[in-house]
Write a protein that binds this ligand. Structure first.
Ligand code: CA
Length: 710
C-alpha cells in the first residue's frame, strides 16, 4: 500500500524552482526501496532506474517501468507536459510514428518517418540535435508498409539507427554527428528495407530487414558496436547458391530441392530481437514465407521450410545457432514470428523457469525455456482456425486441412495482420501477466492462378488475401496469464490497429489507439482510469522516465505504416489532420490541443482526351492493382497518400514524369519505368477516369478490398 505521506513526497518532486528541496527529495526517494523491477538482468552500466535506455527498457524487454509516482489513484490528473512536432516530412504525405523513445542523461532519443533521428531535452522538449540520414526517397517503393522506423540503440556514447534503404548508422550521442555507416544489404537489386530498431547484443549491434512479400531472402547481421565491422551474418532460409554457414544446410533439408529460390523465400527479421546477457543468447523472431503458400514456394510440396516463422536463439558473439523453435511449420498465411519477445523468470509447475514469451501472428501464446528452447506452453490468445492446438509432445501444431487454400479460397483466423502485430505487448512482474494488443479479423486466402513470375519492386506473394465481407475487425487489449494460459480481462473493442503497451509499478497499463485516445487501465481489473484525447492515431508504445523527481509518460503519435494505405472506421485521421507528434505527459499537465480538422477537398473536373475502350481500361485496372494500389487506395478511399481519383489537372498532365520519370522520388513516389510503359500509364489514367465516371454515376458502389499485412 502506498501511504498519503509517500504521495506527498512524490508530488514534492514537482517543486521546480526549489532546487535544493528537490535535490533532498531525490536523495530521500532513491534511498526508499524501488519496487521489485522484475527484470532478470541488471540495467546496462551507467544507466539509472528512472531512465529507459534500451528498446523495451531493460534487456528483457518487459516494457515495465518501476516508477510509481503516477498510479491508479492519481492517473486521472495526468495531462500534457510538452509536445514535439518538428518532424521531417517529405512532400505532403505523413508516414506516422512507431518508435519507442529512449531516455538517458536527460535526453530523449527517437525516430520519425524516413529514419530521421531526434534528440530532445527530456524535461523541456528543446531540440539537442536532429540527424537526417537522407534516405533515398525512391526506396519507399520497396517497402511493404511505409517509410516508418521503430527506434534506435543507445550504447555508451553512440546512437545507432538503421535506415529504410538499408544502412546502419552510428552517431555521436552528444552531437548527432555520424561516426560510421555500413551498408547492411547483400543485394540492392532486391526490395530489402529496414523499419525495425537495431538491438545491442554481446558488444554487437544487430539488425535484420523486411521484404518477405517483395521477394527477398531473410538474414540478420551483427556489427561491432565500436567499429562497424561485420561480426557475423545469419541467413534464416536457404538460397540458390552454396550454404553460407552450417545452419543454412540444416534448414535446406526442410525445403524442396525444386524450391523457388528466385522468389526469395522470405524469413525476414523485420522487428523483434531480444538479448539475454547471462546466457549470451540473442533471440531472433523470423518472418513469414515468400511467396505466401508453401506449395508455391516448394513446387507443390508442403515441407516445414525452416527457419520461417521461427524463434532462433543465436550465440551473440559467434553467430552460431543454439536452438530454434518453429511456430508455424509450412507457413502459408503470412504468420510471422517477428512479434516482440519478453524474457522473465516464471514459476511453472513448482520450478522457477527462465522463459521467453511471444504472441506471434498465428494466434498462439508461446512460453519457451529460453536456455533450451523447450516448449512450456502454447495456448490460443485469440480466435484461431488454421490449427486446432499445439501438440505439447512434438511441439508442432495440429493444422486444420480447412486452412489450406491450394484448391479453393479459404477463410482463416487470424488474418495476415495476425492476432498480434509489431505493436509491442508488455509484462507486469507485479501481476505476472502479459498485456497483448490483439487484432481480431479473419482473412480469405486464394492461390494465384498460373505461373508466378518475380516482379521487381512489387508484391510477389503468389496469393491474394482479403477480409470476408461480413468480417469482424477490431483491436482488443487482453491481460493474459502466461502460466495458466488464459485471458484474465480484456478491453472493450477498439478501432482496428491499436497501439503498443506500457505497464508500470503504479499498477497501470497504458495503450494508445487509432481513434487518437491514450487510455490508462487498472492493470489488475482492466477498469479504465483515464482517457486522453489527442486527435492522432497512436500506434507506438508509451514509455516512462523520471527526471528531478517527476515521472513522465511519453508516446509518439501519428498514423502511417501498413494503415496509411486505408483509413478504417473510427480512425482519428478521418477527422483530423494526421501529423506526427511526440506527447509527454505528467501529473498536473494540461489538456491536449487537438490537431486541425481535415479540409474539405473540392471535386475536381475529370481529365479529358483519354481512351475509353474496354481493353485499355481493363489493362489500366490490372496495372493499377499490381503496382499502384499497394499505397494509393482505389476510388478515393480515404488514406494517407494523394487521392488519384481527385488529382489536380496539372498532375494528370505531369503523370508520366512522375510515374515513369520519378519526378517525386524524394517524397517517396519512385519512378516505375522498369516495369511500366507509356502505354501502361495511359491505360492507368484511362482506368481512373472510367472509374471516376462510374463512381459519380453510382456513388454507393464499394471499391475492391485490399489485403492487410506487414
Ligand atoms: Ca509479412
Amino acid at each position: 500500500m502506498r501511504t498519503q505521506a509517500q504521495d506527498r513526497l512524490r508530488r514534492g518532486h514537482r517543486c521546480g524552482a526549489l532546487a535544493l528541496t528537490c535535490a533532498w527529495f531525490l536523495i530521500a526517494c532513491s534511498a526508499s526501496a524501488q519496487p521489485p523491477d522484475g527484470d532478470p538482468f541488471p540495467l546496462p552500466a551507467g544507466v539509472v532506474s528512472g531512465e529507459w535506455a534500451l528498446h523495451g527498457r531493460g534487456f528483457a524487454e518487459q516494457r515495465y517501468s518501476p516508477l510509481e509516482q503516477i498510479h491508479t489513484g492519481n492517473v486521472a490528473q495526468l495531462g500534457l507536459a510538452w509536445t514535439f512536432d518538428d518532424f521531417v516530412v517529405r512532400g505532403r504525405t505523413h508516414r506516422g510514428t512507431q518508435a519507442t523513445p529512449l531516455m538517458r542523461d536527460g535526453v530523449l532519443y527517437f525516430t520519425g518517418p524516413w529514419s530521421v533521428v531526434y534528440a530532445v531535452d527530456a524535461e523541456s522538449g528543446a531540440v539537442r540535435w536532429t540527424h537526417d540520414p537522407q534516405v533515398d526517397g525512391a526506396w519507399a517503393r520497396h517497402a511493404c508498409c511505409d517509410a516508418v522506423n521503430r527506434g534506435v540503440v543507445l550504447w555508451k556514447d553512440m546512437v545507432y539507427v538503421a535506415t529504410l534503404d538499408g544502412w546502419l548508422v552510428a552517431l555521436d550521442a552528444r552531437t548527432g554527428e555520424p561516426r560510421w555507416r555500413v551498408d547492411t544489404l547483400v543485394d540492392r537489386s532486391r526490395s530489402y528495407t529496414i523499419t525495425g530498431a537495431p538491438r545491442l547484443a554481446g558488444g554487437n549491434i544487430v539488425i535484420g530487414n523486411g521484404g518477405a512479400e517483395m521477394g527477398v531472402r531473410g538474414y540478420v547481421s551483427a556489427y561491432d558496436a565500436a567499429s562497424g565491422r561485420l561480426a557475423w551474418r545469419f541467413y534464416t532460409v536457404p538460397g540458390a547458391g552454396p550454404d553460407e554457414h552450417p545452419e543454412v544446410g540444416t534448414a535446406r533439408k526442410s525445403w524442396s530441392p525444386r524450391a523457388r529460390w528466385d522468389l526469395g523465400g522470405g524469413g525476414t527479421v523485420w522487428d523483434s530481437m531480444t538479448y539475454d546477457p547471462e546466457l549470451d543468447l540473442l533471440y531472433v523472431g523470423v518472418g513469414n514465407g515468400g511467396p505466401w503458400p508453401v506449395w508455391v514456394r516448394n513446387a507443390g510440396e508442403r515441407p516445414d521450410n525452416l527457419f520461417l516463422s521461427s524463434i532462433l536463439a543465436i550465440e551473440a558473439r559467434s553467430g552460431r545457432l543454439a536452438w530454434y523453435y518453429q511456430t508455424t511449420p509450412a507457413d502459408s498465411w503470412d504468420y510471422t514470428a517477428t512479434q516482440n519477445m519478453i524474457l522473465a523468470d516464471l514459476r511453472i509447475g513448482g520450478r522457477l523457469r527462465k522463459v521467453l514469451m511471444q504472441a506471434p501472428k498465428n494466434g498462439f501464446f508461446y512460453v519457451l525455456d529460453r536456455a533450451s528452447g523447450e516448449l512450456l506452453a502454447a495456448e490460443k490468445y485469440t480466435q484461431v482456425t488454421w490449427a486446432e492446438r499445439i501438440d505439447r509432445q512434438t511441439g508442432r501444431p495440429v493444422v486444420s486441412e480447412s486452412a489450406l487454400y491450394a484448391a479453393a479460397p479459404r477463410t482463416v483466423w487470424p488474418s495476415t495482420a495476425g492476432g498480434h502485430n509489431w505493436q509491442p505487448m508488455a509484462y507486469s512482474p507485479q501481476r505476472g501477466w502479459v498485456y497483448i494488443p490483439t487484432l481480431e479479423m479473419p482473412m480469405t486466402f486464394s492461390t494465384q492462378q498460373g505461373d508466378v513470375h518475380y516482379l521487381p519492386g512489387a508484391n510477389n506473394v503468389g496469393a491474394s488475401a482479403a477480409p470476408p465481407p461480413e468480417r469482424v475487425q477490431r483491436s482488443v487489449l487482453k491481460a493474459w496469464d502466461p502460466v495458466a494460459g488464459r485471458i484474465v480481462w480484456q478491453s472493450a473493442p477498439l478501432p482496428w490497429w491499436g497501439g503498443g503497451v506500457l505497464t508500470t509499478a503504479g499498477g497501470l497499463v497504458l495503450q494508445g489507439s487509432a481513434d487518437g485516445v491514450l487510455t490508462a487501465y487498472d492493470a489488475a481489473s482492466g477498469r479504465i482510469l483515464k482517457k486522453i484525447e489527442t486527435g492522432l492515431a497512436i500506434m507506438a508504445p508509451p514509455m516512462s522516465y523520471e527526471i528531478a523527481g517527476r515521472q513522465y509518460i511519453a508516446v509518439l503519435a501519428g498514423l502511417g505504416g501498413a494503415m496509411n494505405g486505408r483509413f478504417h472506421a473510427g480512425f482519428a485521421a478521418l477527422e483530423y489532420r494526421n501529423h506526427e507528434r511526440l506527447f509527454v505527459f505528467a501529473l498536473g499537465g494540461r489538456a491536449v490541443d487537438l490537431p486541425p480538422r481535415l479540409d474539405k477537398v473540392p471535386q475536381r473536373p475529370l481529365a479529358t482526351g483519354l481512351p475509353a475502350d474496354a481493353d485499355t481500361v481493363a489493362l489500366g485496372r490490372q496495372r493499377y492493382l499490381q503496382f499502384c494500389a499497394r499505397c494509393h487506395a482505389p476510388r478515393s478511399v480515404p488514406n494517407g497518400y494523394p487521392d488519384l481519383w481527385n488529382l489536380p489537372p496539372a498532375l494528370y498532365a505531369a503523370f508520366d514524369s512522375i510515374v515513369l520519370g520519378g519526378a517525386m522520388s524524394y517524397a517517396g513516389m519512385a519512378g516505375f519505368a522498369d516495369v511500366l510503359t507509356p502505354q501502361d500509364t495511359l491505360a492507368i489514367r484511362a482506368f481512373i477516369v472510367a472509374d471516376q465516371q462510374e463512381m459519380r454515376r453510382n456513388p454507393s458502389a464499394k471499391p475492391p478490398e485490399q489485403g492487410t499485412g506487414h
